[in-house]
Design a protein around this ligand. Structure first.
Ligand code: XBP
Ligand code: MG
Length: 236
């Protein structure tokens, strides 16, 4: 039986299915508001998820899927402006309670809290988005349930780079061997594994099923069947 010192959660796709009906829709609203005719379909968005990070994803879209677009001279500022608008749309959607947590997530988080197991987050998404999701699903004080939240641009390289997991481990003052990471994507698993984390629980979703999870400990459909609880995690 192997014990653990903390649970580190990815956000998008892991805590909640935020990509298709959350981020994608928020991007499209920001594009329409800016007078752009860009429309990220469910299918196209699956391809764009090859690149993590919203600003990086927009640049990837322009370089690979919309080469004819005449971008302004200051592309970074243009993209940053669109991204800020997208974040506002995303926050508004979360405030309306548009996206629930995935099955079993709240149960596991509450069980860990009751057992005083530290919780943390390692995500590519913007901190405002993390706060908006947590507050709308777990309540107004729930960001404080997490000992560390690593999010967005605080590290130089986003997933699949290990930076965000290394940042969280540093802040927790824990070794990679002591923690369990929860992910939904191949990029997330690569990030956690390259930070030295060996126990990685994957719950797949429509966009990530079939990706390379060879470095994960276990690959599941969700956290309810089998029931992922502390007893289950101790056996990993
Ligand atoms: C999540 C992401 C994020 C969101 C958008 O990846 O790639 O970029 O799609 O968030 P992961 P921002 O679940 O692996 O962390 O627009 O705020 O960047
Ligand atoms: Mg994810």
């Amino acid at each position: 039986m192997s014990k653990f010192a903390a649970l580190i959660f990815d956000v998008d796709g892991t805590l909640a299915d935020t990509e298709r009906d959350g981020h994608r829709v928020a991007f499209n609203r920001a594009f329409a508001e800016a007078g752009l005719d860009w429309d990220w379909s469910v299918e196209l968005y699956g391809k764009l998820l090859a690149v993590t990070g919203g600003k990086e994803r927009m640049k990837f879209y322009l370089s690979e899927f919309n080469r004819g677009f005449h971008a302004p001279a200051d592309l970074d500022a243009f993209v940053a402006g669109l991204h800020a608008a997208k974040t506002e749309h995303y926050k508004a959607m979360m405030a309306e309670g548009k996206i629930p947590l995935r099955p079993g997530v709240e149960r596991l988080i509450r069980e860990a809290r009751a057992a005083a197991v530290p919780l943390a987050i390692a995500t590519t998404t913007t901190m405002d988005n993390v706060t908006a999701l947590l507050e709308s699903t777990l309540g107004p004080d729930s960001t404080r349930w997490f000992a560390q939240i690593g999010a967005g641009d605080i590290v130089p390289h986003k997933k699949p780079a290990p930076d965000i997991y290394s940042w969280v481990l540093d802040r927790l003052g824990m070794a990679a061997e002591e923690v369990i990471a929860f992910e939904d994507s191949g990029h997330g698993v690569t990030s956690a594994a390259n930070a030295g984390i060996r126990r990685i629980v994957v719950t797949t979703n429509g966009y990530t099923i079939g990706q390379d999870f060879s470095r994960a400990s276990v690959v599941l459909d969700n956290m309810e069947q089998p029931m992922v609880d502390l007893a289950y995690l101790e056996r990993l």
